[in-house]
Design a protein around this ligand. Structure first.
Ligand SMILES: *[C@@H]1O[C@H](CO)[C@@H](O)[C@H](O)[C@H]1NC(C)=O
Ligand SMILES: *[C@@H]1O[C@H](CO)[C@@H](O)[C@H](O)[C@H]1NC(C)=O
Ligand SMILES: *[C@@H]1O[C@H](CO)[C@@H](O)[C@H](O)[C@H]1NC(C)=O
Length: 298
């Protein structure tokens, strides 16, 4: 009898624990930032932990320390970064049953690349906060503590974003989309044109994996002065051949030619478009808690 009730207790207890265990959250920081800065990603991690009791939160560090992590946000080939993250997440037992991803700025499109290329373990919701899903054309402001890194980035982009060695080195060149030079973008861009299926052949795995998300949440900052054009945060971009007129997601080739399953996802109610009035990544804790936490607490 004692044994039986102990058994029963253990079973109940484990069942309750399994039921109550919240979905883990993985964070990928933006340019000029690092995994653990107490004023940025450190604070976000804490905010998530405070609002979702017992949640496991992993803030990705790309490299062996914070300085490397910050430098790699400028100078480590994104394809390699994504590979590293694929391996890291596959080997993290806390994530084995899936997780939610939240990316900030460029970290958003990098997490999308994780979903499309690897997705083992599988991501459930992808929250993109100020991500550049159609890339950028312009580099008006450069954030972060290290101005040397910004200067190097500007100079390299001036030499030419599609020069092979710059493509292979400079993160920002790897999501540079020149609307005056789309052919060169499609041919020479080694990251964004690939994950957006714009290199001539369509990778069906990318489509299937992206479509397997429960939700893709796209947050745009209405007064963003860092991302050019800011509509890239909602998958919009400049119309081909010029840099004035903006087209929205549903007018782009990616949507109309089903290069990614954006139409399918939109019709299934899987894409949420959110906007925040303000400059790049300027949001309050209150907004984050009321608007973003619900996607991470599912
Ligand atoms: C499509 O992407 C997957 C995941 O990255 C890769 O394994 C596969 O080789 C790609 N297929 C083609 C045809 O490029
Ligand atoms: C800025 O980054 C460069 C390249 O990684 C590094 O050599 C330099 O020491 C950094 N400067 C500061 C102030 O952290
Ligand atoms: C395309 O997207 C825009 C902006 O989100 C929206 O106003 C418009 O109604 C959409 N058009 C169609 C045909 O869905």
């Amino acid at each position: 009898m004692f044994k039986l009730s102990l058994c029963l207790f253990a079973a109940l207890c484990c069942a309750t624990a399994a039921y109550a265990a919240p979905t883990p959250v993985v964070i990928w920081h933006g340019m000029g930032d690092s995994c653990c800065n107490p004023l940025s990603m450190g604070a976000i991690k804490k905010l998530i932990e405070q609002n979702i009791p017992n949640v496991y939160v992993l803030s990705l560090e790309i490299g062996n320390n914070v300085a490397e992590d910050e430098a790699n946000g400028f100078l480590k080939n994104v394809n390699k970064q994504v590979e590293m993250v694929c391996e890291k997440l596959a080997n993290d037992p806390n994530l084995a049953n899936g997780f939610h991803g939240i990316g900030f700025s460029q970290g958003s499109q990098f997490l999308r690349a994780y979903v499309q290329r690897c997705n083992k373990p599988a991501m459930k919701n992808l929250v993109s906060v100020g991500g550049q899903h159609q890339g950028v054309y312009g580099f008006p402001k450069c954030p972060g503590a290290n101005s040397t890194l910004c200067e190097v980035t500007r100079r390299l982009l001036n030499i030419g974003a599609y020069v092979d060695w710059i493509q292979a080195t400079l993160v920002q060149a790897e999501y540079w989309q020149d609307p005056f030079n789309l052919k060169e973008y499609e041919e020479k861009n080694i990251f964004l044109a690939d994950i957006n299926n714009q290199k001539g052949t369509i990778n069906q795995t990318y489509i299937d994996n992206l479509n397997s998300l429960n939700k893709m949440v796209l947050v745009k900052f209405t007064e963003d002065t860092m991302v050019q054009p800011r509509e890239s945060e909602w998958f919009g971009f400049y119309a081909p051949g010029q840099d004035k007129q903006i087209i929205s997601m549903n007018q782009t080739d990616i949507y109309q030619q089903n290069l990614l399953p954006l139409r399918t996802m939109e019709q299934a109610g899987k894409i949420d478009f959110l906007s925040v009035v303000g400059d790049h990544l300027r949001f309050t804790d209150a907004w984050f808690v009321s608007t973003i936490i619900p996607y991470l607490a599912q």
